[in-house]
Design a protein around this ligand. Structure first.
Ligand code: ADP
Ligand code: MG
Length: 374
């Protein structure tokens, strides 16, 4: 048990018992011309297998439950679990899968009646859905109120890795943040500044910081209402590393490289080569690195090189490396570097919230389970 969080071993004998496993099977799907849907990446299903197999090998009956997409509290064939059920049947034969939890409005509302229906006929509960652990939804916080409960292996590993980063990182600890919006990530920026030796900032986020330094940023994406906050963060004297050059387009829409000053009408879409090299050095010299958010608009190949350089440094460094965030993980996979990272988190929002607050509603719920000593 880590910090009063029960693990599978704390469930006791699972043989002959029915176990509800909350998984995160929110997989990417594509629509085929015949109207059916196909899973484009089954990573999230495979990630739950260690837990499902552990239970199955010990004689438990496993019932999985997950949400998929954002149906609005009613059955919607576009978000049917059928494609997931088909893949799960191949990977883990004999495991049952409930229909999309979000087909019932009670899931997101944390409705007690919905919880009662979920736990009916179930003996034990396992939460392995890290990607949803920051949501106080019925299937996350409801079952542990009455059922002996545990973290699955995936959730356990996420918690161990991310709490270790927060509490006892090996120094130098470097955090690399990018992505589109600073406002989404302000909480984690402030929390990381308390523990890191260097906070490296790229992505569209850097323009709000550069604006706060009084630099002209042309028409680059930035958040005017966050400039003051960025100015305050910069004035603390905490170690924030910003790009020294930028690539993007000039006022005519042509590819261009700039220093720290962008001319009127220009737009920055990536960190420049000098910044990429400097960020790479910071990653290579670190003993711990956390990365969230692409360095640029990497979906466009012209603006992928900053993200690619950072991803390559993450793969090459001797540091312990952790990546959170759906787009950052997708970038790593696109470059074929994902298997060279120590831990790629399955939860974007959840990993940031756990780093920021040190706890999540899903974890708090597990601590209150009847099999945890009080
Ligand atoms: P993650 O999912 O890894 O947490 P975010 O969702 O915060 O990352 O941000 C990813 C998005 O940010 C990508 O779609 C990328 O195109 C965009 N982005 C990054 N840098 C820029 C930029 N300079 N201008 C516009 N968009 C950017
Ligand atoms: Mg994203």
């Amino acid at each position: 048990m880590i910090e009063r969080l029960p693990t599978l071993e704390d469930l006791g004998d699972v043989s002959g018992r029915t176990v509800l496993v909350r998984t995160d099977f929110n997989v990417p799907l594509e629509s085929l011309p015949d109207g059916t849907r196909r899973i484009t990446d089954d990573f999230r299903i495979r990630a739950a297998l260690p837990t499902i197999e552990w239970l199955g090998e010990r004689g438990a009956t496993v019932v999985c439950a997950s949400h998929l997409g954002r149906p609005k509290g009613a059955p919607d064939p576009r978000y049917s679990m059928d494609p997931v059920a088909a893949r799960l049947a191949e990977l883990a034969p004999g495991v049952r899968l409930l229909e999309n939890l979000r087909f019932d409005p009670g899931e997101e509302k944390n409705d007690p009646d919905f919880v009662s229906r979920l736990v009916r006929g179930v003996d034990l509960y396992v939460d392995d859905a890290f990607g949803a652990a920051h949501r106080a939804h019925a299937s996350i916080v409801g079952p542990p109120r009455t059922l002996p409960s545990a973290m699955g292996r995936l959730l356990q590993r996420e918690v161990e890795v991310l709490l270790e980063l927060r509490r006892r990182p090996k120094h130098p600890f470097v955090a690399v943040l990018g992505g589109s919006k600073i406002s989404d990530k302000l909480g984690v920026v402030e929390a990381l500044l308390e523990v890191v030796d260097s906070l490296v900032i790229g992505g569209a986020m850097c323009f709000t910081f550069m604006a706060a330094q009084g630099l002209p940023i042309g028409d680059s994406l930035f958040e005017p209402d966050q400039v003051e906050t960025c100015r305050r963060l910069l004035s603390t004297g905490k170690p924030i590393l910003l790009p020294e050059d930028i690539t993007g387009v000039d006022e005519n829409g042509n590819y261009a490289t700039f220093g720290r000053r962008l001319p009127p009408g220009a737009m920055g879409f990536d960190i420049g080569p000098g910044s990429a090299a400097a960020f790479s050095d910071a990653i290579m010299d670190a003993r711990t690195v956390f990365w969230n958010g692409p360095m640029g608009m990497f979906e466009d190949d012209r603006f992928a090189s900053g993200t690619r350089t950072v991803a390559q440094a993450m793969a090459d460094t001797k540091a312990f490396t952790v990546v959170g965030g759906g787009d950052s993980a997708a970038a790593l996979a696109q470059f074929g570097l994902d298997d060279r990272i120590d831990h790629v988190s399955t939860g974007g929002g959840a990993s940031l919230e756990l780093l920021e607050l040190g706890d999540l509603p899903g974890l708090e719920a597990l601590r209150g389970a009847p099999n945890v000593g009080h």
